[in-house]
Design a protein around this ligand. Sequence first.
Ligand code: SF4
Ligand code: SF4
Length: 134
Amino acid sequence: MLGVGLVKGLRTTAANLFGKAITEQYPERKPNLPPRSHGSFTLEAEKCNACGVCSNSCPNNVITVSSERDENKKRFLTGYQMDLGYCLFCGLCVESCPSDALHVDNNFELSAYYRDDTVQTLFEGALKKQVANE
Ligand code: SF4
Ligand code: SF4
């Protein structure tokens, strides 16, 4: 019937007109996000053994783990990069890490002007000593 949509719309408007405002005053006020919300990533590099399980479990090939082997053929971490422009924030990488080295936090302010700036380096260097002494 003609006008039913309009009536429905007005009813919804009227129902919400006097309700509690839910506008977020962002960025002046940061939203209070649930503790388990998925934002940025942090790596506890000293726990990471460069096994690459996180990288293999990522459906979008976001993670690049670089490693070398020491004189005992033990692998150690030399680099950890995430191309967050392709990340789904599904958390599979965090769940799959056997060393509990990769974590997700609720820092969601990840926007960048250039695509290249969405690549985050979580670790760069060499942790040969710490990993070799485990
Ligand atoms: S959150 Fe998902 S898409 Fe993003 S890096 Fe981890 S596994 Fe890949
Ligand atoms: S973060 Fe975890 S899963 Fe990824 S390489 Fe390091 S130890 Fe392996």
